[in-house]
Ligand binder design. Structure first.
Ligand SMILES: Nc1ncnc2c1ncn2[C@@H]1O[C@H](COP(=O)(O)OP(=O)(O)OP(=O)(O)O)[C@@H](O)[C@H]1O
Length: 344
């Protein structure tokens, strides 16, 4: 079943178009990362899901309910960690969760929820003395009250150190294992990579890509670098031949015993074969993938700088790896880790 369905959603605030013609489907049980730079429209989209903000155009269905007409039913089954949540300093952790239990009118044991987020030992402490990570975990505990079917987390790792961000990821994963759909926004790609089945990338209010991280990587594979260790120095002639191969952007020597080749994923095997056919002994080769930072920038930088615009626009070549809008609707991803590595 579909957990979230946005169809042609546009939200304008006077002269600002925060979200533009956004269509997106998240399947039940999926962990979906919603990425984009500051001001891309992530929070606005989340607010539309929860009917905190009404779309100017388009329809929104959450857990089978119309987000606008049946917002109470949606909120009953949804746990939310809002952006910029802060605690009530003088209330204990347990009191916060009790407050959530009362307001959601559910029958839940606050201690059991605190246990789930690793705060059982701190339940009686005043939240004003909690660390940033503990505060975020407390916010998550409040969101988890009533075992929601959908968790909406707006920048859940914001302000957390790496250990805190890791804990947050672990909790998200364990909730996903219980079958909860998780929709969370972030502008930090690393944090979504470890937990997300798919990500959607928003830029200037528009969805520019929907895919798995591996799928996105494949669509930007021109950034991949192949390092080939060789048994003997490679001649200029062979170097030029490799440089002329289709899909190869550049070839450079890395000392006497290695080459660095910037090429498409599909071209990596050809490069190695070509070298061997030219009598070069290939002793090893490794692929350095585009960094996540590069990947994110490739999708979110100005259009003139975007190396993957064809993919983002759903061109024939790339439409099977970087699906846009309607292609993201099937909840499936054809990408795999193997696809990003050279077959040995
Ligand atoms: N209530 C509002 N009134 C006017 N403009 C708004 C309002 N809410 C959001 N915007 C504008 O809409 C755009 C998208 O904002 P939004 O908060 O959704 O982005 P975001 O991706 O969540 O950003 P961030 O990562 O900084 O939280 C921005 O230009 C913002 O200034």
């Amino acid at each position: 079943m579909t957990a979230i369905e946005l169809d042609g959603v546009t939200k304008r605030f006077e002269d600002v178009t925060a979200v533009s013609n956004l269509s997106l489907t998240v399947e039940e049980g999926e962990v979906f990362g919603f990425l984009g730079p500051n001001g891309a429209g992530k929070s606005t989209t989340i607010n539309v899901l929860l009917d905190f903000v009404r779309p100017t155009e388009g329809t929104v269905t959450v857990l089978g309910h119309d987000a606008r007409e049946e917002s109470v039913a949606v909120r009953e089954r949804t746990g939310v960690l809002p952006e910029g949540f802060d605690v009530y300093d003088r209330l204990t952790g347990r009191a916060h969760v009790e407050f959530a239990v009362d307001s959601k009118e559910v029958d839940a044991d606050p201690d059991a929820v605190l246990e789930r987020v690793g705060l059982a030992d701190a339940a009686d402490r005043k939240a004003g003395g909690y660390s940033k990570g503990m505060r975020q975990r407390l916010a998550l505990a409040m969101a988890l009250v009533g075992d929601p079917d959908l968790l909406v987390l707006d920048e859940p790792s914001s302000g957390l150190d790496p250990a805190g961000a890791k804990e947050m990821r672990e909790i998200v994963l364990s909730e996903a294992e219980r079958g909860t759909t998780v929709f969370f926004s972030s502008h930090i790609l690393e944090q979504v990579e470890a937990v997300c089945d798919r990500v959607g990338i928003l830029r200037g209010g528009e969805l520019v890509a929907v895919d798995s991280i591996d799928g996105l990587r494949r669509a930007t594979d021109a950034d991949a670098t192949l390092r080939v260790a060789v048994g003997e120095p490679v001649t200029d002639e062979v170097l030029a031949e490799v440089r002329d191969l289709s899909g190869v952007q550049s070839v450079d020597r890395d000392g006497d015993d290695a080459l660095r080749v910037a090429c498409d994923s599909d071209a990596k095997t050809t490069v190695v074969t070509e070298l061997e056919e030219r009598g070069v002994t290939v002793t090893d080769f490794t692929t350095e993938e585009a960094s996540l930072e590069d990947l994110f920038l490739a999708y979110t930088e100005d259009e003139s700088d975007v190396a993957v615009d064809g993919a983002a626009a759903g061109s024939a070549d790339a439409s099977d790896s970087a699906a846009v809008d309607d292609e993201g609707d099937d909840g499936e991803s054809e990408a795999s880790v193997e696809d990003t590595e050279v077959a040995r």
